[in-house]
Design a protein around this ligand. Sequence first.
Ligand code: NG6
Ligand code: CA
Length: 492
Amino acid sequence: MKKIIYLVPALSLAGCTSQQVEEKPNVIVILADDLGFGDVSAYGSTTIHTPNIDSLARGGVCFTNGYATSATSTPSRYALMTGMYPWKNKDAKILPGDAPLIINESQYTLPKMMRECGYVTGAIGKWHLGMGNGNVNWNETVKPGAKEIGFDYSCLIAATNDRVPTVYVENGDVVGRDPSDPIEVSYEQNFEGEPTAISNPEMLKMQWAHGHNNSIVNGIPRIGYMKGGKKARWKDEDMADYFVDKVKNFITEHRDSSFFLYYGLHEPHVPRAPHQRFVGKTTMGPRGDAIVEADWCVGELLTYLKKEGLLEKTLIIFSSDNGPVLNDGYKDGAPELAGKHAPAGGLRGGKYSLFDGGTHIPLFVYWKGKIQPVKSDALVCQMDLLASLGSMVGATLPDGLDSRNYLNAFMGTELKARENLIIEAQGRLGYRSGDWIMMPPYKGSQRNLTGNELGNLGEYGLFNVKADRTQQQNMAAQQPELLDSLKQNFFA
Ligand code: NG6
Ligand code: CA
């Protein structure tokens, strides 16, 4: 693809014509972190049981061809929030915890759209889109952040649960901030006298496999160095409960208005440290137990909505930011204990991969009493939620978005959506068109340290994922005309 500078659609040209809208449900987007197609029992996996997540799939639209744009978190979330392909923004790649906000404050976003159309907006859980402007002082209000891109309320972890700073940031302020113990963060060097996994391995309750050997917090070694903020540091085992409480509070507080909530689950991303009550719930060790914890969170949310009388008034979307990984840098037994469990549900590759397992993710849309249960093979992408929800709430969208309106497909009344989708894995692009996936000839290693296959074929790949779901047969040589036409569309 040519190197082009892309302009982002700005808010000024957009608006809301809510008078045309019949009904405005609350909207909750639940986005798990690294949960694969095979990690939920809804798609037939028998090695894990996720009854609460399955209830969304069984009672709503269960997508068999649902996609994230990307095989890693930041670009994937960027597309969801902005309705733009993430490869158009050079900063949309895995961010450190002190990275600046990568969404321009004047840029059009999903939460701004919802707010414009009368919604109170909230973001709770994993963020990973950067905050601040490059030189963050964690001892003051950090901005720009979630608020500046459209969230009235936010309670977040800045990046990932394996990256410093390991603190919650509520409306831009570190929770439990203490002026007498200021927080300092560096991704370059350690602070003098602070323990790391290298200097103090005896402090570790979880061992690192690759990376993850910098500061130790809660006995777990992290990516990046951190000093201070001792009282503010999270306890990984309590994170699920912490965010579930925040979610319930947000719902109660806004039960009488329309609300839009983005709920970023931290499971089953590393480090997997579920609460004690989930430990041993599966035979798969911390990864399996973390998935059970995530399922519990979904159950808590559903029960709470019901209790508040809001279940019939709330549209719930459940998905994952990218495909699965077993060994993502800690020795937590995930590969050894997986047994027959296939986290990507048989799709080839996983997180980081241009093969289908990187971006082909679980996706369910549920609205009690409104959406009829249906299994849908429509090709849909999380990036399309912006335009689709926009059409539901009566938003007037700016020109130039990559997000497309497939509201009927998301509501299950039409079983067709996209013809094509560009997928991305750590900067490499591929193309899904109909039942075909075209992968350009990337060079480089076959696998990274996680063991996941990356999809560097060194030649063109062309796979019919309907006939050959596991991408075993490269049809590029047999189908030169099809390959040419896909290349033409892709490079256009
Ligand atoms: C990688 C980390 C991995 C994970 C990932 C981001 C190492 C060796 N690996 O760099 O553990 O944090 O970044 O994952 O540091 S994501 O789901 O947020 O994209
Ligand atoms: Ca992820």
